[in-house]
Design a protein around this ligand. Structure first.
Ligand code: ATP
Ligand SMILES: Nc1nc2c(ncn2[C@@H]2O[C@H](COP(=O)(O)O)[C@@H](O)[C@H]2O)c(=O)[nH]1
Length: 184
């Protein structure tokens, strides 16, 4: 398992997408969420987009390996079925999840999981990337930035730290980390 974690806007999606193109051995764990789709997102590819009721039913039915209310009223979770599906294919699972979920998965799979924290060059750069992405309203941005400050405090809690300043350098470093893990 390769667990990529970081505050919103640090570059998890950008780096994970690149790695999935480079390595056939990897397969992405599609999370479930009750947040609305962004432009370009596809159900079953980016996320399983569930209604509030369906997400709560999955919790009640114990379908999640882990789940978090990442923002008020916005839930995200890793389905147990997703982990089983990818392992049945014999592939290495790649996660893009926030810090608490990453910590919980690492506790569940201490030997199988490697956690990689993606660190932005600065808080200011992170906020600028989030603003430039233009996917959130001003209020949603404020909530994400508040949580990002908390998540940045987790930088030393994971197996590896990958600095995402110059994107080309970060992608090359990510490839090196993954190659090392796949060949070990
Ligand atoms: N090294 C970089 N330099 C400049 N911009 C970057 C860099 N890496 C990523 N970005 C841009 O920053 C924005 C946030 O990146 P991305 O969506 O990959 O972050 P994320 O960690 O997946 O965020 P979220 O958790 O909200 O999904 C995107 O618009 C992306 O193109
Ligand atoms: N604990 C979990 N966190 C998850 C999961 N899937 C995604 N996420 C994280 O949520 C935030 C917000 O994502 P966004 O797509 O709305 O920008 C981000 O940090 C994701 O990494 C999950 O299954 N569990």
């Amino acid at each position: 398992m390769l667990i990529f974690t970081a505050p919103s806007g640090a570059g998890k999606t950008t780096i994970v997408r690149h790695l999935l193109k480079q390595f056939d051995e990897l397969s992405f764990s599609v999370s479930a969420t009750n947040r609305p789709l962004r432009d370009g997102e596809v159900h079953g590819v980016s996320y399983y987009f569930l209604s509030d009721e369906d997400f709560q039913r999955c919790i009640t039915d114990d379908k999640f390996a882990e789940h978090e209310e990442v923002y008020p009223g916005r839930f995200y979770g890793t389905l147990k079925s997703e982990i089983e599906r990818i392992w049945a294919e014999g592939k290495t699972i790649v996660f893009d999840i926030e810090v608490k979920g990453a910590t919980n998965l690492k506790k569940m799979y201490p030997r199988r999981a490697t956690t990689i924290f993606i660190n932005p060059p600065s808080e200011e750069a992170l906020f600028q990337r989030l603003r430039d992405r233009s996917t959130e309203t001003e209020e949603q941005l404020r909530v994400r930035m508040e949580r990002a400050v908390m998540e940045l405090g987790y930088v030393n809690s994971f197996d590896r730290v990958l600095v995402n300043d110059d994107l080309a350098i970060a992608l090359a470093e990510a490839e090196k980390i993954v190659s090392g893990i796949l060949s070990s």
